[in-house]
Design a protein around this ligand. Structure first.
Ligand code: 0PR
Length: 365
C-alpha cells in the first residue's frame, strides 16, 4: 500500500491506461459475454451498494430478484418457479449438483454428464466429491441418450444436459433425457447458461425447459445473451423443497436461512439483468437473437466460400470451423478438438462479420 494516496486525476489516468490494454470488443469473436445494454449499465449504477445477502435491508432489491426469477421461470414455462441470482453458470451448476447430491443416494454418488459439458462441472464434482461419468457425443456433438441411460445405476444422483454447448453451440436431446431421468427418478439439471436466452426466441427450437416434466433445474446467464452487467446468472428450480435442501442457518441476518452459495451478493447486476428483460421484452430479445443467428449463418456461408468448412451446424449462435489462419487483431478461440470457434454475440455486428471475412479471405488466399 502507498503511505499517501494518489490524486484522483493520477489514479484515473492509471486506471484508464490499464483499461486501454484490454482488447476492444470490436475484435472479440471468442467471448460468450458482450457489451452490456445501456439500460443494464444504468440500473447497475443505481443499485451499486445493494447486498442481496441480507435481503431484509434491501427489500426492494430482493423483490427485483424474485421478479427476475419469475420472468425467467415463465419464459421457461413454469409459473411459480423458484431460484435465485447466482454469479453465473459456474455457481448455478455447482448448486444444481449440490441439490442432486442432497436429494439422491448417499453412497458413492455419481452424475451423468456429457463430454461436451463446461469445465464448471469438473469443479462441481471436485467440490462435492461426485464421480463424473462422461457420456460420449453423437456425430453432431450432442449427448447420446442411450449411452447416458446405460450409465445410470443405483448410485446415480443426477443427470446433466446442455442447451447450447460452450464449444459447438449444440442442444442435447433434452426431451429424451427428461424421460430417462423421470423413469429413474433422478434429478435432471439443464445447463442453458448460454442457450437459455436464445432458444425461447427461435422458431422451431428443440424443447429444453420446464415444459418437460423430468427437468428439475435450469441454469441461465443474463450476463451472456441477456446483455446484463457481470456477474448475472440465475438458477431456476422446479420444487422449493429441492432448493431448501441447500439451506443453512444464518442466525444473525435479517433472514434465518439461506440456500445461496455466496453470502454477500450484488443487487446491481440483478437490477441490470431485469432491466434488460423489462426494457426489451420478448419482441426486443427476439430481434437481437434473430440478428445474432443471421450473422452466424452469414459467417458460416462466408467461411465455406473460402473452403474453410463448418465443424457443425449449430443450434445457437456459435460457429465452428476446420482450422484456419487468423490475422490480428481478431480474437478467436479453439475447441478441445482443435476447431476454430467464433461466437456471434450482440456486439458482433454484421459489419464486423464482413470485415472479418475479408481479412480471412486475404490471409487464406
Ligand atoms: N455453462 C455453459 C454452457 C457455459 O458456456 C459457461 C461459460 C458456463 C456454464 C460457466 O459460466 P460462467 O463463466 O458465467 O461461470 N462459457 C464461457 C466459456 O467458458 C464463459 C466465457 C465468457 C469465457 C467470456 C470467455 C469469455 O471471454 O467460454
Amino acid at each position: 500500500m502507498r503511505e499517501i494516496g494518489l490524486s484522483e486525476e493520477s489514479l484515473f489516468s492509471f486506471l484508464l491506461s490499464k483499461r486501454e490494454e484490454d482488447v476492444d470488443h470490436a475484435h472479440i469473436l471468442s467471448s460468450m459475454c458482450t457489451i452490456p445494454h445501456p439500460v443494464a449499465v444504468r440500473a447497475h449504477v443505481q443499485f451499486m451498494e445493494t447486498n442481496l445477502g441480507d435481503p431484509g435491508l434491501f427489500p426492494g432489491t430482493a423483490s427485483l430478484e424474485r421478479l427476475l426469477v419469475e420472468r425467467l421461470g415463465t419464459l421457461f414455462q413454469l409459473s411459480g418457479a423458484c431460484g435465485y441470482a447466482t454469479s453465473g453458470g459456474t455457481e448455478s451448476n455447482i448448486q444444481a449438483l449440490r441439490m442432486a447430491r442432497q436429494l439422491g443416494p448417499k453412497e458413492k454418488p455419481n452424475v451423468i454428464i456429457p463430454e461436451s459439458a463446461h469445465f464448471s462441472f469438473k469443479k462441481a464434482c471436485d467440490i462435492l466429491c461426485l464421480e463424473m461419468r462422461a457420456v460420449p457425443l453423437d456425430e453432431n456433438y450432442r449427448m447420446d441418450p442411450v449411452a447416458a441411460a446405460e450409465m445410470i445405476d443405483r448410485n446415480t444422483c443426477g443427470i446433466v444436459g446442455i442447451a447450447g454447448t460452450t464449444e459447438y453451440g449444440m442442444v442435447d436431446p433434452i426431451a429424451e433425457l427428461s424421460k430417462i431421468a423421470g423413469d429413474h427418478g433422478v434429478f435432471f439439471h439443464v445447463d442453458a447458461a448460454f442457450g437459455g436466452l436464445v432458444l425461447p426466441f427461435l422458431d422451431d427450437a428443440p424443447a429444453f425447459d420446464f415444459s418437460l416434466p423430468g427437468v428439475s433445474s435450469i441454469a441461465v446467464d443474463p450476463h451472456k445473451m441477456g446483455m446484463s452487467t457481470i456477474p448475472a446468472g440465475v438458477l431456476l428450480v422446479r420444487d422449493s423443497e429441492s432448493l431448501c435442501s441447500l439451506s443453512v442457518d444464518t442466525p444473525y441476518l435479517t433472514v434465518k436461512q439461506e440456500f445461496t452459495l455466496s453470502g454477500t451478493r450484488p443487487g446491481a447486476s440483478v437490477a441490470g439483468a431485469l432491466a434488460v428483460l423489462e426494457y426489451l421484452g420478448i419482441q426486443g430479445l427476439r430481434d437481437i437473437v434473430a440478428g445474432c443467428m443471421k450473422n452466424t449463418r452469414r459467417l458460416i456461408d462466408g467461411m465455406e466460400a473460402y473452403g474453410i468448412m463448418r465443424a457443425a451446424t449449430p443450434d445457437v449462435n456459435v460457429a465452428t470451423f476446420s482450422p484456419a489462419r487468423i490475422p490480428p487483431p481478431w480474437k478467436v478461440s479453439w475447441t478441445r478438438r482443435g476447431d476454430l470457434r467464433l461466437v456471434c454475440m450482440p456486439h458482433v455486428h454484421a459489419g464486423a462479420v464482413e470485415s472479418f471475412l475479408k481479412d480471412i479471405g486475404e490471409q487464406n488466399a
